[in-house]
Design a protein around this ligand. Structure first.
Ligand SMILES: O=C(O)C(=O)C[C@H](O)[C@H](O)COP(=O)(O)O
Length: 213
């Protein structure tokens, strides 16, 4: 799908990086060092979840200080958060699920939305509004690789970014599927490395993960 309102098309986001880090930023001072560590490791699409109180400020700072990254907002649950995330500078929006209010609101706006889906019916509702790129969430517990293989029959033109429960052991199985362009996950920016400010470890994890795909 091409939505001419949108400043960026979903396929450009999906093709930018095979791994999309799901970032939970607890301390605002971690935002820019974390983003820089991911970019140094070769990953330049960043999803900042709106699960912490500093998430919007984190998006704004990353946008300003790490211009080589494409920074988006995750965990968007309603239109108010959609507006806040866009006002903070998000270049794309990712939702864990798909309400028709959010799907319709984002279609009219300038910032692309990647809606979360876990079933064929949800994909079909999104398709009816023009969506072609989805987050498959929660991937592992919704059937994982075998569910996505089954989706590729009836939904031949639909692209997925599976996320949720994906590990360093399983991400390559997802990336090998013909309807998957990228996978999301928090494993690439683990909480313990964040806690200790071990940015080099995060850069190293990115390099290792990318070198294997
Ligand atoms: O907050 C959101 O918007 C979500 O959709 C959830 C996250 O994408 C997953 O929690 C990441 O899953 P893990 O890689 O298993 O940690």
């Amino acid at each position: 799908m091409v939505n001419n309102n949108w400043s960026l098309q979903p396929n450009e986001i999906f093709k930018c990086s095979p791994i999309v880090p799901v970032m939970v930023i607890n301390k605002i001072e971690d935002a820019v060092p974390l983003a820089k560590a991911l970019v140094a490791g070769g990953i330049n699409v960043l999803e900042v979840t709106l699960r912490t109180s500093c998430a919007l400020e984190a998006i704004a700072q990353i946008k300003q200080e790490v211009p080589e990254a494409l920074v988006g907002a995750g965990t968007i649950l309603n239109e108010e958060q959609l507006e806040q995330a866009i006002a903070a500078g998000s270049q794309f929006i990712i939702t864990p699920g798909a309400t028709s209010d959010l799907l319709k609101a984002a279609m009219k706006g300038k910032v692309p939305l990647i809606p979360g889906v876990a079933s064929i019916s949800e994909v079909m509702k999104g398709m009816a509004l023009g969506y072609t790129h989805f987050k498959f969430f929660p991937a592992e517990s919704s059937g994982g690789v075998s569910a996505l293989k089954a989706f590729s029959g009836p939904l031949a033109d639909i692209r997925f970014c599976p996320t949720g429960g994906i590990t360093p052991k399983t991400y390559k199985d997802y990336l090998a599927l013909n309807n998957v362009d990228c996978v999301g996950g928090s494993w690439i920016a683990p909480a313990d490395a964040m806690e200790s400010g071990d940015w080099e470890k995060i850069t190293e994890l990115c390099k290792q993960a990318l070198s294997a795909v």
